[in-house]
Design a protein around this ligand. Sequence first.
Ligand code: ADP
Length: 486
Amino acid sequence: MPQTLDQQKMQTRNLIGGKWIDADSGDEFAVLDPATDEHIASVPRCGTAETRRAIDAAAEAFKPWSARPAVERYRMLRSLADAMMRDQDRLARLMTSEQGKPLAEAKGEVAYAASFIEWAAEEAKRVYGETVPASFADKRILVLRQPIGVTACITPWNFPLAMITRKLGPALAAGNTMVVKPAEDTPLSAIALGELAVEAGVPAGVVNIVTGEAKAIGEELLDNPKVRKLSFTGSTPVGKLLLQKSAKNLTKLSLELGGHAPFLVFDDADVDAAVKGAIASKYRNMGQTCVCANRFYVQDGIYDAFAGKLSEQVKTMKIGRGLDDGVQVGPLINDDAVEKVQRHVDDAVQHGAKVLTGGALAKVDGLTNRFYEPTVIDGFTPEMLINHEETFGPVAPLRRFKSEEQAIEWANDSIYGLAAYFYTRDASRLMRVAEQLEYGIVGANDGAPSTVQAPFGGVKESGFGREGGKYVMDEYTEIKYVSWQL
Ligand code: ADP
């Protein structure tokens, strides 16, 4: 088995007010490699008291941090992005070890994560206000943009670095401080990021990292009036819970929640491009992304060609430990994830769908039972679980459609509204369909639309708020109006 990490040198504690600390109780929890169940490290099991201290540290650090010229914050964040890229290989190996994704994808994620810090650093210099013409000769109207104060984020395990940096980057760039609560399965990437932030000169208390009891930490973040903003990426039920709890202090929220992306292929599509896009969208990260295609609607005339080519390519994907060469499909994150994927496949088969390829656990010598064969299913129908629950696994269910109208109706028939995809070579249809899809992100002949320059976020029960692009600072600044009588 390859030696993955230098466990002696790894930082595993929490960062509060510039100090690396253990839980008050001394309790820890284990971080395991999902491919092998190897114990990688243990991290502190913190709760309410430690979170409160992290918030106090962030509150103390806020004034001096926000008072710095923007260009100084730019330089520090720029150094952080550079350090991430310098350590790209190390961070990627750490990520693959705790999360399972193929190493090439982990390297890609490190670069993607660093790009959010770099982009936000640049935007720090461009937080512009306005002057507005007044109705009286002796009055002036000024509009200022100011940081919010202490902010917090709660993040998931599927993108252990990028989901943090796309919140942390703009928060810090705008002059806020932050308490970060990473997912239980992947705290080590977050802690490694904290170390690099310290190295880049980010002052004590500006970034704080707390691992442990999700419920207790989340409750303190929303119970404590010092926290003015919480950004959450995760499931819709937890997002709704946080929304309810945010009522106490009217804490601002950004919520990037679940998705159930439709993927439409029209008769006039380039079938090879559609298959390539389907693989990028569906099988990246073993199907564990919130923008993953979850339902494929394919028009009658192209259905057989698309189903055949997709199944053929999916069959050749290399399954194995993410650290091994050429692996394209790693383990799912945990046993519950495997159980859910199998349940969706079994339910589809019971209701009459046919498995074209995959459909079972993949046995890999010496590794855990969390590897699932990339799967294609023919003929899913509305009553199946897979039609409305997020599968979060490598399963592509296909359904035939006849008309554009029908495809759009089916595509929009969801409580979710995060991402949608479609393939066509007809320019008029492209615009027509893009406008009608009730989703925050639309990939038009593109299976991988996520990028730092663009606003990422959903509608309906996929949440609200946008991350990325020129919109990033909107989420982390307040607008103040100054009415000036001369
Ligand atoms: P996923 O299905 O991706 O695990 P979750 O919404 O359960 O989605 O988890 C996303 C993040 O939310 C994780 O960091 C997790 O620890 C955190 N979390 C889960 N339950 C709660 C809760 N009740 N309050 C605050 N955070 C929570």
